[in-house]
Design a protein around this ligand. Structure first.
Ligand code: ADP
Ligand code: MG
Length: 443
């Protein structure tokens, strides 16, 4: 109805005008009735009224449409502003020379520099001196290849002198001649991620060194183990004979001696695994089946401690080359450690699948006590244990076997949260292909 307001009002006004005009013309001035002139005049007035009303309505509509879209633009602007100021990433815009034209609020939080003092400054100014060269190189290459997007990691110093790491995602805009017109992009703070990666790298390097040391220590230990085992067997045998004729008290003591001998035997048998076992046969094995087997084997034991071993395999068949018995030993050691780390029960998750690099990746995740840095640093050292009844050889054996399989092991642990051991193997077909290529080269 409001849409036709002008038309209705102007037509009504026209009709009123006709009535007044007719009244004056016929009643006051007493002219004789002329239908033709009257009709013509009436139609003309109504037509003019309608047309003026229509124009009025239309201009009214345009004005309200304009004010509506203005309001919409204002609202959109406000929303954009809100998003830009509340986003944790820095959002920036530079001109073709790399000078900041726009920066959002996060810039101040990330760098400590105010937006006011940073705007119109060259972005390179904020990157660590020793990295500017590399940064420029990557950027120039992207521009010369007319790339639309590029991502660069860089370090920078905050206003207070702290070193931090950022990851910048840049969208490069070009003009019609293919020249750089400017950039827009985001910067995120990746300091924590880089620190974690560095720590992990350091830890895994230590693990690798440990496993090197082991090859020597292992051989030595195995030699001693062999030597000790034989006399121990005869001591054990003779003590058993003595037990038969012993009195109550001596029997009690002998029980203690036997339990200690058992412990020595346990340590010796673990030491022996450290040296190359007698029969190692490397063949194609489906690691999923092996893991399934180990999980089933240990589940009955785990249930006693209120622990459930769960498995999640992304593929049913994952082939690697290795010695099944040795690998079982590794998995059993890892699961046993996980069980021992969960005195109050919980879940152990064993996962397997192909990772993004087409490697067979296994993980053993527990919800146990976790480890602090001092323990993580010592992990894999022979005889390092935090348990009263531990031998400190379980992980040493794992490292040794995995090294022989050219597999990588890494660990992530959070105190009070749990631990995850991950192992990466080369897939069987890739290892076999490499081998084929090597033999071809030799020929
Ligand atoms: P042991 O189990 O005989 O102590 P290991 O070599 O298997 O020897 O383990 C060495 C040490 O590493 C353990 O004593 C324990 O402190 C730590 N550890 C290993 N695995 C875990 C785990 N899943 N959770 C917490 N700590 C662990
Ligand atoms: Mg152990």
């Amino acid at each position: 109805m409001a849409k036709y307001k002008g038309r209705i009002l102007f037509v009504l006004a026209g009709a009123l005008l006709i009535i007044i005009w007719d009244f004056i013309y016929y009643f006051v001035l007493q002219y004789s009735f002329n239908l033709q002139v009257d009709l013509l005049f009436g139609t003309l007035i109504l037509f003019i009224g309608y047309y003026t009303g229509k124009n009025y309505d239309e201009s009214n509509e345009t004005v309200s449409a304009i004010s509506k879209s203005e309001e919409k633009i204002k609202r959109l602007n406000e929303e954009l502003h809100l998003v830009l100021q509340n986003i944790t990433e820095v959002v920036f815009h530079t001109n073709s020379k790399g000078e900041f034209q726009f920066l959002n609020h996060s810039w101040e939080e990330l760098t400590g520099y105010s937006i006011k003092e940073s705007i119109h400054k060259n972005a390179l100014h904020f990157i660590s001196l020793h990295e500017r060269h590399e940064f420029l190189r990557v950027l120039r290459r992207s521009i010369s290849e007319q790339k639309e997007k590029t991502k660069i990691d860089f370090s920078f110093q905050t206003r207070s002198g702290q070193f931090r790491w950022g990851e910048v995602n840049i969208k490069l805009n070009y003009d019609e001649n293919g020249e750089l017109a400017g950039t827009v992009g985001t910067i995120s703070d990746i300091t924590e991620r880089i620190h974690n990666e560095e720590e992990l790298l350091e830890m895994n390097e230590t693990l690798a060194i440990e496993s090197q040391k082991l090859s020597v220590a292992g051989q030595l230990a195995a030699g001693i183990a062999h030597e000790v085992r034989n006399p121990l067997t005869s001591i054990n045998g003779f003590l058993q004979l003595l037990r038969d004729d012993a009195d109550e008290k001596t029997r009690e003591y002998l029980e203690i001696v036997f339990s200690e001998i058992k412990r020595i035997e346990l340590v010796l048998s673990e030491l022996l695994i450290l040296a190359k076992p007698q029969s190692v046969t490397y063949k194609r094995i489906n690691i999923v089946e092996t893991l399934d087997h180990v999980a089933k084997l240990l589940n009955t034991n785990a249930i006693l401690y209120n622990i459930e071993i769960q498995t999640a395999f992304k593929q049913r068949d994952l082939y690697i080359r290795g010695d099944e018995n040795q690998l079982k030993q590794v998995f059993i050691n890892l699961v046993k450690n996980a069980i021992e780390a969960m005195p109050h029960g919980g879940n152990i998750m064993i996962e397997a699948g192909l990772n993004e690099y087409n490697k067979v990746e296994l993980s053993f995740k527990d919800e146990g006590i976790g480890m602090k840095k001092q323990i993580l640093d010592k992990l894999g050292e022979p005889f390092f244990t935090t348990k009263t009844k531990g031998t400190g050889l379980g992980l040493t054996i794992c490292l040794r076997i995995l090294r022989d399989h050219s597999a990588d092991i890494s660990v992530q642990s959070e105190q009070g949260e749990g631990t995850t051991f991950s192992i990466k193997f080369e897939a069987a077909h890739q290892q076999e292909r490499k081998k084929r290529e090597q033999t071809q080269k030799v020929w």
